[in-house]
Design a binder for this molecule. Sequence first.
Ligand SMILES: [Fe+2]
Length: 442
Amino acid sequence: MNQPATELENLPFYLKDNFAPVFEERSDNDLRVTGEIPAQLNGRFLRNGPNPQTGHSDHWFLGNGMIHGVELENGKANWYRNRYVKTPLLADRDSDPIEAIMDLRKSSANTHVVHHAGKILALEEAHLPFEMSPELETVGAYDFGGKLATAMTAHPKTCPETGELLFFAYGIFPPYLTYHRVSASGELVQTEEITVKSGTMIHDFNITRNYVIWMDLPAVWDVENIDKGGLPIAWDESYGARLGVMPRTGGDADVVWYDIDPCYVFHPLNAYEEGNNIIIDVCRMAHVMVPGDDAPAYLYRWTINQDTGRVTETQLDDRAVEFPRINDSVVGRKHRYGYMAGLSTVVPVGERVIKFDLERDSSQVYELGDGLECSEPVFVANPDDTAEDAGWLLSYVYDKASDKSALMILDATAIELGPVAQIHLPVRVPMGLHGSWVPQDY
Ligand SMILES: [Fe+2]
């Protein structure tokens, strides 16, 4: 970006430095590798993020989605590709993303990319999913054979035991919260409207073996200010804050609500049942969307006592963290380990990778070093080893000195030793949001 210094200074964080969008869609096959790519990694690492095609957007969350992918096979890196998710919003350059909120197909599709039942879906929380090919070409909007009539969260959960995909939609207008359950084969089999007081930003949720747990938190959509640009969401503690526990096959009448102290959680790490308690580990912020007062997120544990109706809240660590991931085979079951990016400011730039051992109350850290920045560390299990931390953490790392990025692979059992391999890319990958490992046989 060759912008004058004063103009750069005035840009919001999400349009400058390595947040600035890139404009070229590339396909590169000849990638330099240092270290040794684990031969068990056969598939594609895909990561989504906002990349406004005009170079500008009114909020980080509003840029057009671009997916960056690297294919690995038998210890080799076959390709790097980056592609916009080609939605009707991308086709309409002058479209206002806030106005597009009423059209389920006008998605920025910029938040996550997941796979389920043989489909790769690019997700953003206010619109339909967009199906992608494994080579990152856009197939089109996906509505589960006409059955999905709401948006879809960017954080669905795949149950490792049943193979079901559980997810929800929140609405700025009624219905404010809708639950959906999809079978392992990809059929939408249950839809339930859930009663909440108003439209709030519900970014993520939790599942356990038997329950889903809603986070009804006071980031309230402020519809009257919807035309003023940015995201019209107001922090309003008078709304209250509560967790809603619902059987996975239940509905609105079955939800038991538990009051908690006002806070905001974009991302839980995981939830599980222990006797009649439900444990939820979260990256908890004191508040969100308070202009000029950004709050960092810290690792907390909520314990819902279903007998007493009380929730206890414990701070587990005092380092700012975000983008928490676990081994996906323990989603909804007791986890020992959590992996996340460590931040030094409220700007979501990872300066270190932290592995928490929640059983031993300890952690390991890999400091990236000066001029290096990472994003979410995605855990990929070693198919030959069932230990919970047997696998690797994959993340794009940006190097300020070269203005290029690499795909970093850490051994999750020994992250402090640094990367076992780096796949050097010919370009930079802008800081982004969430990603997935898509195996060859997805
Ligand atoms: Fe997210």
